[in-house]
Design a protein around this ligand. Structure first.
Ligand SMILES: [Zn+2]
Length: 243
């Protein structure tokens, strides 16, 4: 199921620019070098700080300015500790499963998980919502862990198709079932702020495994996604907060 091996890189008709500009993904795994974790996080931050300073200087920015002086260090810290922290397997969320003691064997849907990722072709944000569902085959997972798994894979230079598949693959592995579905709806800032500059378009990707390949299950899942009551609940919570 997850042995997607493409031959894009061997396709001589595509240049690196074609692949990047059209946001084509070349593999399911994030392309990492064998020595990806030889350096410590501190060593990586030092290197990135140095190189980012060079980029800023090359663009003609005055690093002696109070406002800019700390930027290279801040960017380095943000890259390693925050927005790309999902590259390091040490940061993968530890997930404990529980027995399905209440015998709930319908689908569980966790919808509207907001995530921030970055396009690996332009290093600008992808902002979106992930909707995740699974049907227990005996084990259940804490709801917050579904959220954390989405965030972990989002915190990498990404391509939306790969993000979708990586979350699906991880959930199938953890839960020991193929009965997993994901829908991701996201805005790519590289599409809205540069290139074609389309601010209104969003990109939707989906994964349906096991029982979710059945039309009835898929329809049920998609109907839950279009249900409006979560907005009403949010309104109630908001009113409570204000009161
Ligand atoms: Zn892009």
């Amino acid at each position: 199921m997850f042995n997607v091996k493409s031959n894009f890189s061997r396709n001589l008709l595509l240049t690196d620019d074609d692949i990047g500009d059209d946001h084509i993904m070349t593999s399911l795994e994030t392309p990492l070098r064998p020595d990806a974790f030889d350096l410590s996080d501190e060593e990586k931050m030092d290197k990135i700080e140095h190189h980012f300073r060079e980029i800023m200087l090359t663009m003609g920015l005055d690093l002696d300015d109070d406002s800019l002086r700390g930027t290279p260090k801040r960017v380095a810290k943000m890259y390693i500790q925050e927005i790309f922290s999902g590259l390091n397997p040490n940061n993968k969320p530890k997930v404990a499963l529980f027995d399905n003691k209440y015998g709930y064997y319908e689908m569980l849907v966790e919808k509207d998980i907001t995530f921030y990722s970055n396009c690996e072709h332009h290093f600008v944000p992808i902002v979106g919502k992930a909707h995740v569902a699974y049907i227990s085959n005996g084990s259940v997972i804490g709801l917050s862990k579904l959220n954390r798994i989405v965030q972990y894979f989002a915190k990498r230079p990404q391509v939306q198709e790969r993000l979708t598949m990586q979350i699906a693959q991880e959930l199938c592995r953890i839960l020991g079932t193929d009965d997993v579905a994901i829908v991701i709806d996201a805005h790519h800032l590289c599409v809205s702020s540069r290139g074609v500059q389309d601010v209104n378009s969003s990109t939707i990707t989906a994964y349906y495994g096991g029982q979710f390949m059945k039309e009835s299950r898929k329809t049920e899942f998609l109907q839950y996604l279009s249900l409006p009551p979560s907005a009403q609940v949010a309104e109630v919570l908001q009113t409570k907060k204000q009161g």
